[in-house]
Design a binder for this molecule. Structure first.
Ligand code: NDP
Ligand code: GDR
Length: 377
């Protein structure tokens, strides 16, 4: 099967809906990824294809193509490996689609990554966020049971450091109490506990990965890191003079998405299911991220003023590069995230490879190239 942006909508639909079933007694590894078109889904699909998995993805219908992050997997015949990757239309709000897909694909591993994943947007779309992120998780777990696969399938749930919310203690580990601070985090809290409940009630192999923020050149454009690297790349090409941000003082434990999808896979290869924190163990403010991104293009930012009147000025000039806009503030903020992933390091032998500076370098190089090729991106 080939899928590219030239294909007409109906061609694409027909191709996507072609599903092959698995014969009995098959020992192949078959993964089903919800959210395959997202940042993590795309890296995970790559990783699993390299490990010779048959990879199936749930994709939702959109009025424009939403497969840009995985298009290269179709284009590359080696990664594509003779039809080893297939997409199926479905939605986390539509139980029947999930049951159909699971019964046809018969996955050995399910990675539930689909979510309305933007924290600020969850304040505006609170009910929808709960539908997708909380009830959606329940729907897919129930779909597994409806298909009678709860004893055979291994299930990964994309849980989040947002569960920690208001700071109770740092660094945060698997035993740190939760205090969610957004409709997104509250919905993910339901997802976290329903996974544990199904593990205990039905003896399912189901794990929560409590992943701290992870970024990459494929990060969505409205998350703060990507917004910064895109804007600084545009400034570098003289396509933009300044950009706006919200809270500069919040601190995050930022890693690289490629390292984090590996941890997801590792969690499903253990003897027993368990929940793991995945983090770098380093925290940096949004302000520091901005400074590092500018350093990458050989500029220095100095901060002047206070609160909403604070601005970032390019040193040696009077040009304002960063302004504060309160519209990016959240009604309740998560001030500080810093993870302790010693359980994952010990039991999974997982370690992050990419440092904070290397992450920014990777994102800046990619966005500088992107803006050079396509200034209106
Ligand atoms: P993205 O926002 O990049 O991707 C989200 C994916 O979910 C997309 O494929 C999106 O499809 C899909 N999706 C959204 N709504 C639905 C729906 N109703 N039905 C089916 N699919 C849907 O997120 P990330 O890749 O960054 O994150 C993956 C998961 O990990 C998410 O659950 C997120 O909450 C969680 N997480 C992320 C962290 C991070 O730092 N990145 C940290 C901790 C947890 P479409 O492309 O069509 O929009
Ligand atoms: P987060 O990521 O909320 O941590 O959730 P995001 O990048 O959106 O925000 C990080 C911090 O930056 C501050 N901030 C801004 N954020 C955005 N988006 N835009 C701005 O202009 C801006 N200015 C400052 C925010 O207030 C916040 O403190 C991400 C998502 O991937 C979740 O799905 C995931 O669960 C968590 O990470 C772990």
């Amino acid at each position: 099967m080939s899928l590219n942006s030239e294909a007409s909508g109906s061609q694409q639909a027909n191709e996507l809906l072609k599903v092959e079933t698995n014969g009995g007694g098959d020992t192949r590894k078959i993964a089903l990824i919800t959210g395959i078109t997202g940042q993590d889904g795309s890296y995970l699909a790559e990783l699993l294809l390299k490990k010779n998995y048959e990879v199936h993805g749930v994709i939702r219908r959109a009025s424009t193509f939403n497969t840009s992050r995985i298009e290269h997997l179709y284009a590359n015949p080696v990664a594509h490996q003779g039809g080893k990757m297939k997409l199926h239309y479905g939605d986390m709000t539509d139980s029947s689609s999930l049951v159909k897909i699971i019964s046809m694909v018969k996955p050995t591993e399910i990675y539930n990554l689909a979510a309305q994943s933007h924290v600020k947007v969850s304040f505006d779309l609170s009910e929808y966020t709960a539908e997708v992120d909380a009830v959606g998780t329940l729907r897919i777990l129930d779909a597994v049971r409806t298909c009678g696969m709860e004893k055979t399938v291994r299930f990964y749930q994309a849980s989040t450091s947002e569960l920690y919310g208001k700071v109770v203690e740092t660094p945060q580990n698997e035993k740190t109490p939760f205090y969610p601070r957004s409709p997104y985090a509250c919905a993910k809290m339901y997802g976290f506990w329903i996974v544990i409940n199904y593990r205990e009630a039905y003896n399912m192999y189901a794990c929560n990965g409590i992943l701290f923020n992870h970024e990459s050149p494929r990060r969505g454009e409205n998350f703060v890191t990507r917004k910064i690297t895109r804007s600084v790349a545009k400034i570098y090409h003289q396509q933009l003079e300044s950009f706006e941000l919200g809270n500069l003082d919040s601190k995050r434990d930022w890693g690289h998405a490629m390292d984090y999808v590996e941890a997801m896979w590792m969690m499903l290869q253990c003897e027993k299911p368990s929940d793991f924190v995945i983090a770098t163990g380093e925290t940096h403010s949004v302000r520091e991220f901005v400074e590092e991104a500018f350093k990458f293009i050989g500029r220095e930012i100095v901060w002047q003023g206070e609160g909403v009147n604070e601005v970032g000025i390019e040193k040696g000039t009077d040009i304002v590069r960063v302004r504060i806009n309160p519209k990016y503030f959240r009604p309740t903020e998560v001030d500080l995230l810093l993870g302790d992933s010693s359980k994952a390091r010990r039991e999974l032998n997982w370690t992050p490879k990419v440092t904070f500076k290397e992450l920014i370098k990777d994102m800046m190089e990619s966005d500088i190239e992107l803006m050079k090729r396509n200034p209106i991106a």
